[in-house]
Design a protein around this ligand. Sequence first.
Ligand SMILES: Cc1ncc(COP(=O)(O)OP(=O)(O)O)c(N)n1
Ligand SMILES: Cc1nc(C(=O)O)sc1CCOP(=O)(O)O
Ligand SMILES: [Mg+2]
Length: 211
Amino acid sequence: MGIEFPYRLYLVVSQESCAGRSIIEVAEQAIAGGVDIVQLREKNIPTEVFVERAMLLKDVLDKHNVPLIINDNLEVAMKVGALGIHVGNNDTPPTGIRATWGAPHCLGYSIEYLEQLQTDQTKASDYLGVSPVFSTATKTDTVTEWGLGGLARIRALTDKPLVAIGSINVDNAFEVVRAGADCLAVVSAICQAQDPAKAAEGLRNEIEKAL
Ligand SMILES: Cc1ncc(COP(=O)(O)OP(=O)(O)O)c(N)n1
Ligand SMILES: Cc1nc(C(=O)O)sc1CCOP(=O)(O)O
Ligand SMILES: [Mg+2]
């Protein structure tokens, strides 16, 4: 609550998503191209390994003054001193995170149903993930494909910063921002690109044009 969220291009990264390259390599190139916030999203690895990976990534992000968000795992977020955490409806709820993690941290929360906008969980969050704007092969256990119309509807109902996620790429980035997103979050458009810096730069240019 109350934490600034001035970010525009959000890289969501895991070892698996990086097409054989290291997370560090992809993240550094993405930052060179205009990514200004990074989430480490590792599923099904032991917490100790998640912590190790997060520490290595945070060291590099710190050098570039780019904040780290941890997906799902509060223990990891706290241990590595991340800026924040992103949670969804199957995770520790935002109010629970606030109760455990005292100091102001950045809390992202996925919006899958319009009704969520009226809840204490949304109130407790600093930004909302519009989950997903377009369905994606990267995450298939989703509920509502919001589309541009759904995103615009959410925009009209909340002043919280909106992070659009799901099949965002250089061809739709402009219209997604115009529909109401403050920030675009991507996995494949950067992590699968042959040149992550160039891919990030292309997305960033579209964002800046749309603002
Ligand atoms: C920026 C952003 N938005 C949405 C999500 C999805 O979170 P969640 O619904 O908890 O699903 P998982 O990522 O945990 O599979 C996200 N991670 N980041
Ligand atoms: C991590 C994540 N969360 C989503 C949601 O809808 O909440 S979609 C997603 C993956 C987005 O990957 P890509 O950019 O490759 O489509
Ligand atoms: Mg989650």
